[in-house]
Design a protein around this ligand. Structure first.
Ligand code: IVH
Length: 665
């Protein structure tokens, strides 16, 4: 078999196994076999760029190229559906259709998936474009991100029309959403309110590698085109399933209104067992001919309607508002409620988010409040039953002015909704939170130490900050509650072992606001040691990939605080890694010293990020825009036309990747 044949074979097999695994949930080979094939294909493609293919299964892993999305006009505008919450309007819809058609008809009943809608265009069995709804007329071209979604076929099989569009919903499954929010919570980043926001936020990320890691899913529910196989909408979708699309198996064709209501009532309960969010059902006249006869209003089709499920809510009494202080000092107001049953759990507390929300609700102690779970994991208060207010109504809820834990006066940063306790150095939950973050698995990963132990050490005055951990001895702790000699020694060993944790994780462990795991990695790889970061200007920090002003300001603010600098000094003396390792630094040359290099286009041998590192490792500087000071442009394929023009005008040398690799080799 020659190389091209092998590549084609691997691509076809990987597409097939991908479909069996993700769409049919019926794999034929092991994950390891799949990964091995994928790796072989990646290697072959890298070695033979001449066989590149935009729809290769390797495109599912994403790329780190930053780009703004291109706006695309929809061939058929993406209309929305008429919405209703009332059963009588469902009856009205049915009657309207019956009268207008004056003949037999079928209704296709479907779930209304609660994600973000997408339009996919296929030409000759290949995905050529994926566009968001946008304003209905024009949307964003998010093809590269959509390609990372495993349930969306890149190439079709079977007997598909040569050109068609298919629409559907991109979803983040509950389990992925909850995991993502747990990670965000651990880093005190703002949470996604529901899987819909998480899905649409993810789809708009610039870096498709992150999109790939977020495990989105998709259901397709609307086929459009000139040469569709059948007259029935339902039948067309069953055909589409044969071409490789994931089509919901909860669709039913019915004829009577009673059957419609049976479908609604069944799914109102059963939907809670689905892995993805749904917020209603959609009724569609099944025959395309009849759909055409019924036509559209300006905003939505006359042949379809959405019935929305009532969000589950409960009415209960607000007893008091307490305030939680997080690791970064952010204050969260929490409503303490009379316990009430809601979607299968008993709710006693609900988040009130921030001072503006409390003010907007005009909340008083003793108020009867509506609690909703909706798509959210943390229940929230959505309203107040003002008619229920009587003589006994308590005081209006006033947001606190001072920290409930340490008494410091709270501050509110410009443009932020949250209040903060500024007493980072001495506010107990902030200190404990910072130590807990420091020892956590993704940070210093200290064996044998957990939040309870940290809490105990702190209460007993054994530690006041993270640096104190490194002066603890087994003798200090072996006689403590539930400790013993063995565990004491293990903890000390674990602490000592953490001195080997690499720089990037130490940087993450410091708990600088907005410096999560990924950001810490980026920063640690762009500077040689902590001293360089301490001294870096706002501009230098913002030159690092994906570091914006907010993060850069936070880093500067962190090092502007003398107690933080002192803490870093003490951790440094304890022997922690505050510089890139020798191994990391080896391979450094000064071949590009003093040169400013712009990267543009798409590359074959390395990712853009890797080229950036190569430039830095060889003493050069990667800059964003072309000027007369630019030394040369490292250009891949599809270099932007504006850049090309500017480079030509200024007479700047354009180097391809092979030339560049020879230069630094
Ligand atoms: S059909 C012209 N079917 O609901 C009608 N839409 O307001 C095309 N949606 O934007 C849409 N599940 O994002 C249809 N089974 C389903 C759906 C569905 C969810 C969403 C879609 C659309 C919105 C309608």
């Amino acid at each position: 078999m020659d190389i091209k044949e092998r590549i084609d074979y691997l691509r076809a097999e990987l597409h097939r196994h991908n479909y069996r695994y993700y769409v049919l949930s019926n794999p034929e080979i092991s994950d390891k076999q799949f990964d091995d094939m994928m790796r072989e294909l990646q290697d072959l493609e890298k070695a033979h760029p001449e066989f590149e293919d935009d729809n290769s299964p390797t495109r599912r892993v994403g790329s780190d190229i930053n780009k703004n999305f291109k706006q695309v006009t929809h061939k058929y505008p993406m209309l929305s559906l008429g919405n209703t919450y009332s059963e009588s309007e469902v009856t009205d819809f049915y009657e309207r259709v019956r009268k207008a058609l004056n003949e037999d008809f079928e209704i296709c009943c479907e779930l209304k998936y609660d994600g973000t809608s997408i339009s996919l265009t296929y030409e000759d069995g290949k995905l050529v474009r994926a566009v968001t709804r946008g304003d209905g007329e024009k949307g964003d071209d998010v093809t590269d991100n959509v390609k990372t979604i495993r349930t969306i076929p890149l190439v079709l099989h079977g007997n598909y029309p040569s050109s068609f569009e298919i629409r559907g919903e991109i979803l983040m499954p509950w389990a992925v959403f909850e995991e993502l929010n747990r990670e965000k919570e651990a880093q005190e980043e703002p949470l996604f309110a529901n899987p819909r926001n998480a899905a649409s936020g993810t789809l708009k990320l610039q870096n498709s590698t992150i999109v790939a890691s977020r495990k989105l899913d998709a259901y397709l529910y609307y086929l459009l085109g000139e040469n569709l196989p059948c007259d029935g909408h339902y039948e067309n979708l069953q055909e589409a399933a044969k071409w490789g699309f994931k089509i919901s198996d909860c669709m039913r064709k019915v004829r009577t209104l009673q059957e419609v209501f049976d479908f609604i009532n069944y799914w109102d309960v059963e939907r809670k067992n689905l892995p993805v969010a749904t917020d209603g059902i959609v009724l569609k006249v099944n025959s395309l001919k009849q759909q055409k006869n019924l036509g559209f209003t300006a905003k939505s089709p006359r042949w379809a309607i959405a019935y929305k499920f009532q969000a589950e809510r409960a009415l209960t009494r607000l007893n008091k508002v307490t305030y939680h202080v997080g690791r970064t000092g952010a204050i969260t107001p929490v409503a303490n409620l009379d316990p009430v049953q809601l979607s299968g759990t008993i709710v006693k507390r609900a988040s009130l988010h921030n001072a503006d929300i409390i003010e907007g609700l005009d909340l008083h102690i003793g108020d009867m409040v509506y609690v909703e779970k909706g798509g959210e994991i943390i229940p929230k208060i959505t309203g107040v039953d003002k008619d229920a207010r009587g003589f006994l109504l308590g005081d209006k809820v006033q947001f606190i002015t001072h920290c409930p834990e340490c008494g410091s006066k709270l501050i509110r940063y410009e443009g932020e909704a949250a209040h903060y306790c500024p007493n980072e150095a001495a506010c107990p939950p902030q200190i404990k939170g910072k130590i807990e973050h420091f020892i956590s698995r993704k940070a210093m990963n200290i064996d044998g130490l957990g939040p309870e132990t940290v809490d105990m050490f702190y209460r007993l005055g054994l530690i006041k900050d993270t640096a104190d951990l490194y002066t603890l001895t087994a003798d200090d702790i072996k006689n403590l509650d539930r400790m013993g000699e063995k565990s004491a020694e293990n903890i000390i060993k674990g602490i000592s072992a953490s001195k080997e944790v690499p720089f990037e994780r130490v940087l993450f462990a410091l708990g600088i606001r907005f410096v999560g795991e990924t950001v810490a990695k980026k920063i640690a790889r762009s500077f040689n040691n902590i001293e360089e970061i301490e001294k870096a200007s706002l501009e230098t920090l913002m030159n690092v990939d994906e570091i914006g002003e907010k993060i850069a300001m936070s880093i500067i603010g962190y090092f502007a605080n003398p107690s933080n600098r002192e803490l870093v000094e003490r951790l440094k003396s304890a022997g922690l890694q505050f510089a890139r390792s020798a191994e990391d630094l080896s391979g450094y040359t000064d071949k590009l010293a003093g040169q400013s290099i712009v990267i543009s286009g798409v590359f074959v041998h390395h990712s853009r990020d890797e080229y950036k590192h190569l430039i830095e490792r060889n003493g050069g500087k990667n800059v964003g825009s072309i000027s007369s000071k630019t030394s040369f442009i490292l250009a891949g394929e599809n270099m932007g036309p504006a850049k090309l023009e500017k480079a030509t005008k200024l007479g700047i040398k354009i180097m391809n990747e092979d030339e560049f690799l020879t230069l630094i080799s």
